[in-house]
Write a protein of this length. Sequence first.
Length: 243
Amino acid sequence: MVSASPTPDDFAKWAEFNGFMLSTSHAGWIFCGQGMRQGLAGCESYGLRPKAGRADCLGLRDYDSSLERLIFETFKRKSVRLVDANDYSDLDWLALAQHHGVPTRLLDWSSNPLVAAWFAVNGGNMDNDCKIFAILVPGIMRNRALTNPFAATHVSYAQTTPSIERVFRQHGVFTIYPDPDRDWDPDAENVPMHRLTIPAANRSFFRRILGKFGLDHQRLMTDIDGIGADLALRYLTDQEVAP
């Protein structure tokens, strides 16, 4: 499939995104890119809710904290032989599980708005709009101060150790949820927040431009799966194959 030529609307939306980045360029802003899915009531955003509490990950059942913990402990037990995790905290393990597809109570954010934009335009249903959220946090709570992320009583912010390569490459930070099945509303806690919607019609253009800036599966996922996913996308969209 040959990529379509950029439209004036593509350039206008990219200019709007640049303004969005400039307005959130000082210290303390973090960014989350969210796709949108086709729900029973039409096009629905995932909202600021982690995978462990999302309907698309729960199926027909309700959220169960004991099952979430069992899944997490099973991931640790089966993965410990595959990673050098001698100094990992539970938060580090949660981040690792999150980045390998396990539903957790963590929500991914990045200190880099370009990374958030990449996840937005590559997530969810490609025929739907996507969103980038930006919040201004008072400070990042280091993971060593968290003795038990499963005992959180309010939404918290945290960073993991830089030894987790995917998190490092993605400039990753996280919000930790005490109730993963509930959307978090930063406005209700007087946390400054901005939103930017990227229409479905502009997704392809954003993917191409972000690719030129070096944001693709290969560089952000940092493993063989990432290389494969990047090449599959280039094959599908007739993009230039990077050396």
